[in-house]
Write a protein that binds this ligand. Structure first.
Ligand SMILES: Nc1ncnc2c1ncn2[C@@H]1O[C@H](COP(=O)(O)OP(=O)(O)O)[C@@H](O)[C@H]1O
Ligand SMILES: [Mg+2]
Length: 254
């Protein structure tokens, strides 16, 4: 489904761009169709940058991205626009992803309106359907984000993302801003939806337990590089890289 090779992103920093931050420094992996690949590593190691690169929200310094046999980095703007609905990203903070002045129902309808495939009646039906899919109530349609909990708002974000029937989702710490008690509900919902909708997911988290719960395979990232990749079993039972061992040790903060 997705293959990336030697992906690099260097950010300029400092006065007069004299220095560069090697946020992503030669990353290669593939994700099978229907697979969840977990990407784990401490804060600042480059996880979010990988996610943004995959969706071409930012341009890489170097590398190759093949999505469903499409060479993503060769696409022109209008071709990329056509691909966009198929690749979606969920961010950590639902509040930042939702317009506070828009009712929930309108927020979910927005991508459908922009896409322009359905008339207003069709959109209404689809919005109700999505609301049910993510475990919200029809009455939530007329509420605003501030009237909902963080977990409910992340369900709204999920509904918006699912509205366009994506094939591939980058979920970037989707539950990190939520109470622990709510986290499991959202994670299990994502797991169920993945199975039902045959989604392919890059699941990003700094939390190895969360990644283990969600992923078929796990990639461990450290300072811009993938230091280990394998099944949860490989990683948990036979970690080879010293950094992975640190992540696994109970005294580790991350
Ligand atoms: N737009 C940017 N400009 C400059 N530096 C950035 C930018 N985005 C990220 N970085 C830097 O790249 C590194 C990786 O960041 P990020 O991908 O957000 O890590 P993570 O998601 O693993 O916490 C960090 O050092 C961060 O400060
Ligand atoms: Mg991040």
């Amino acid at each position: 489904m997705l293959e990336i090779a030697n992906l690099r992103k260097y950010f300029s920093s400092g006065l007069l761009w004299k220095q560069s931050v090697k946020a992503v420094d030669g990353v290669s992996f593939h994700i099978e169709r229907g697979e969840t690949l977990g990407l784990v590593g401490e804060s600042g190691c480059g996880k979010t940058t990988v996610g943004r690169l995959l969706l071409r929200l930012i341009e890489p310094t170097e590398g190759k991205i093949i999505f469903d046999d499409i060479d993503v980095l060769q696409l022109k703007k209008n071709e990329l626009r056509k691909l966009r609905p198929r690749m979606q990203m969920i961010f950590q903070d639902p509040d930042a992803s939702l317009n506070p002045r828009m009712k929930i129902g309108d927020s979910i309808a927005e991508p459908l309106k922009l896409q322009g495939h359905l008339n207003s009646g069709g959109i209404k039906v689809k919005v109700l359907d999505l609301i049910e899919t993510v475990g919200l109530n029809p009455e939530h349609r007329n509420r605003y984000p501030y009237q909902l909990s963080g977990g409910q708002n992340q369900r709204v974000v999920l509904a918006r993302v699912l509205a366009l029937n994506p094939d591939f989702i980058v979920a970037d710490e989707p539950t990190s801003s939520l109470d622990v008690s709510i986290q499991a509900q959202i994670l299990n919902l994502m797991k169920d939806l993945k199975r039902e909708m045959h989604l392919t997911i890059l699941f990003i988290s700094h939390d190895l337990e969360v990644v283990r719960h969600m992923s078929d395979r796990i990639a461990v990232m450290y300072r811009g590089k993938i230091v280990e990749i394998g099944t949860a079993n490989d990683i948990f039972e036979a970690a080879k890289h010293p950094y992975t061992k640190t992540l696994l040790s109970p005294s580790s903060d991350d």
